[in-house]
Design a protein around this ligand. Structure first.
Ligand code: DGL
Length: 271
């Protein structure tokens, strides 16, 4: 029995690193769908087809004990369909998990910003789960996940894109900001430096891992190997890992797999 975790790319490792820190010998398969990244700039219908195919590949090749859909955008696009499959194992996702955490821990009087991909913003799933009495401003951060995927967690390539997005929320007066994309967990320090110490960041990768750990611990998954797959280039993925705050993952071998997805005719391509 294996714990499966998937994301479009390195962002999912921000969840995985926390899971394997707490459950170091647990059998795990991670799949980064890098050939199809960025999910957040594709039509949600495209992402839905793709995520269902990736989940099916995982189910075909492993006996799943739990499925962690780390990616916010994938959740927005496909979690309801996955949940409807009524599998006998738990399925966990970051969006409702983070929203519930905010509902419980963050004063509803505080102005709440959300940084997320265009797909996550369009899908509106955060708004579905956050209490409606809040003042919320969402910023669709086009291009940001791709810069992180390329291994940038600081420097001018990151800042030229990040600063204008952060400024939208600063100017609006955000007091709390949800990092609603797992990739942004890897640039959390830079975001914090830009917004200043008085703004609280809620990291969806961290919240998901915190909620998942007790659930996974209860499953008593035993010991086994940890396998990392990507659908794009393994060397590129490995190089990005070296540059990002992911030292827990650095020594792990990465393999490439091709997973086919045939989209129905006339599927819109962009978000
Ligand atoms: N990491 C994904 C998320 O949490 C999105 C990155 C992408 O656009 O592929 O939303």
């Amino acid at each position: 029995m294996t714990l499966a975790c998937m994301d479009s790319g390195v962002g999912g490792l921000a969840v995985l690193k926390r899971l394997i820190q707490q459950l170091p010998d647990t059998p795990v398969v991670f799949l980064g769908d890098t050939a199809w990244m960025p999910y957040g700039e594709k039509a949600l219908e495209v992402v839905r087809h793709r995520v269902l195919d990736v989940h099916q590949w995982l189910e075909t090749n492993y006996t799943l004990a739990a499925f962690v859909l780390a990616c916010n955008t994938a959740t927005v696009a496909a979690f309801d369909e996955l949940d409807a499959l009524q599998r006998p194992y738990p399925m966990l996702e970051p969006v409702s998990t983070t929203a519930h955490w905010v509902n419980q821990h963050v004063d509803s009087a505080k102005k709440l910003g959300i940084m997320a991909t265009p797909g996550t913003v369009t899908g509106g799933r955060y708004l579905r789960y956050l209490t409606p009495d809040r003042r919320i401003e969402q910023v669709a951060c086009t291009g940001l996940a791709s810069v992180v995927e390329a291994g940038h967690c600081d420097g001018p390539d990151l800042d030229s894109l990040l600063i204008p997005y952060v400024n939208v929320l600063k100017d609006w007066g955000a007091e709390v900001i949800i990092l609603g994309c797992t990739h942004y967990s890897l640039i959390r320090e830079r975001v914090q430096a830009l917004v200043g110490p008085d703004v609280e960041l809620v990291d969806s990768a961290e919240v998901l891992a915190e909620v998942a750990i007790p659930i996974l611990t209860q499953l008593n998954l035993g010991t086994g190997s940890q396998e990392l797959w990507v659908t794009g280039q393994a060397a590129q993925f490995s190089q990005a890992i070296q540059s990002l705050p992911l030292h827990e993952i650095q020594a792990k071998p990465i393999r490439t797999i091709t997973i086919e997805t045939v989209l129905p005719a006339h599927t819109p391509s962009i978000c």
